[in-house]
Ligand binder design. Structure first.
Ligand code: SUD
Ligand code: ADP
Length: 285
């Protein structure tokens, strides 16, 4: 069994838009102990990927990021594809800004490389980048300051002890669409103080952390859609806590030292929520 965890972004600054359409970022990312479960079987013979997913809304053809990762892993080194079966039991909501798909892809790349050893870790991260901008982060799967488009990873010390509550409204967010808002709305974006966030995580200083988190993508969504800002305010009132958007959303997160989140006022029909913690162990529990 492979436990494929998700992540949250603690501060996300868009620095500029590149010629290739991607955006330069400066952000802090933290693995979170909330996982998809992948059942994995290697038949030990040439063949192809047999992929099944518990959530029928997720594609199983070439659009599935696990299949993209599998294909790239073998094709990139002209190695015959091997017959592998994966059953992906999705728990992480998709289009959430939690990197669920990116994580699935990274864990498959690691699992394949554990057996076939076609690449060094550095080469594997380069393959991961071709699969998706967030995939290299999950190859390391440690708290990190991440720059570039998502490929420059500087591991950081994270001693945060607070529990985390993930709160996702029903509608999802398209990552590409949210980034597309940048070109017309880049003025007045409030930048997160990344160094203060890194220091607060090292010192387990939740007060300092909460003061410094900003997310350029959240601000871009609010500029485009004031109803999403209203939704955030409603959720903060219901929880009586500050909440923050992870990545391109639509999932928010909150912190609480003793883990006592009062979720009684959340509209349970329209909001997914999940209490969890920082992922302390590495992948492959
Ligand atoms: C926003 C972030 C923050 O961690 O995560 P999510 O919210 O998706 O979890 C990431 O930058 C998302 O990474 P990922 O979801 O892998 O992006 P990709 O599939 O590679 O790209 C999807 C689309 O997002 C845009 N994109 C992505 C990354 C980046 N640095 N600049 C971009 O402009 C591009 O338009 C691209 O076509
Ligand atoms: N293995 C996968 N898990 C989740 N979504 C996937 C997967 N493969 C492809 N997708 C597609 O990718 C889109 C983004 O999903 P996901 O990566 O979980 O979002 P996010 O990066 O915002 O957390 C989904 O709408 C889904 O259609």
């Amino acid at each position: 069994m492979i436990y494929s965890n998700c992540k949250i972004n603690l501060g996300l600054n868009i620095l500029k838009k590149r010629e290739d359409g991607y955006h330069e970022l400066d952000m802090v990312m933290m693995p979170v102990d909330f996982n998809d479960v992948l059942k994995y079987e290697d038949y030990g013979e040439k063949g192809d990927l047999i992929l099944e997913v518990s959530d029928t809304r997720i594609p199983i053809d070439e659009k599935n990021i696990v299949r993209k990762a599998y294909n790239l892993y073998f094709d990139n080194s002209n190695t015959p594809r091997q017959k592998i079966k994966v059953f992906l039991d999705k728990k992480i909501p998709h289009e959430a800004g939690l990197g669920g798909g990116s994580s699935n892809a990274a864990f498959i790349l690691r699992k394949l490389n554990d057996k076939y050893k076609l690449y060094t870790n550095e080469e594997l991260e380069k393959i991961a980048l071709k699969v998706g901008a967030d995939v290299p982060f999950f190859i390391r799967n440690k708290s990190a300051r991440v720059t570039g488009i998502g490929e420059k990873i500087e591991e950081i010390e994270n001693n945060l002890s607070s529990e985390i509550l993930l709160i996702k409204p029903q509608q999802g967010m398209s990552t590409g669409q949210v980034y597309s808002y940048y070109k017309d709305n880049k003025k007045d974006l409030k930048m997160a103080d990344i160094m203060s966030i890194v220091k607060a995580l090292k010192e387990n200083n939740l007060t300092q952390l909460l003061k410094n988190i900003e997310n350029s993508l959240e601000q871009l969504i609010f500029k485009k859609d004031s109803s999403f800002r209203d939704l955030k305010n409603e959720l903060e009132d219901a929880l009586a806590k500050k909440i923050f958007l992870s990545g391109s959303g639509s999932c928010f997160f909150a912190f609480c030292e003793n883990g006592n989140f009062d979720t009684s006022k959340l509209d349970k029909k329209n909001v997914f929520y999940q209490k969890t913690n920082r992922l302390v162990q590495n992948y492959g529990k």
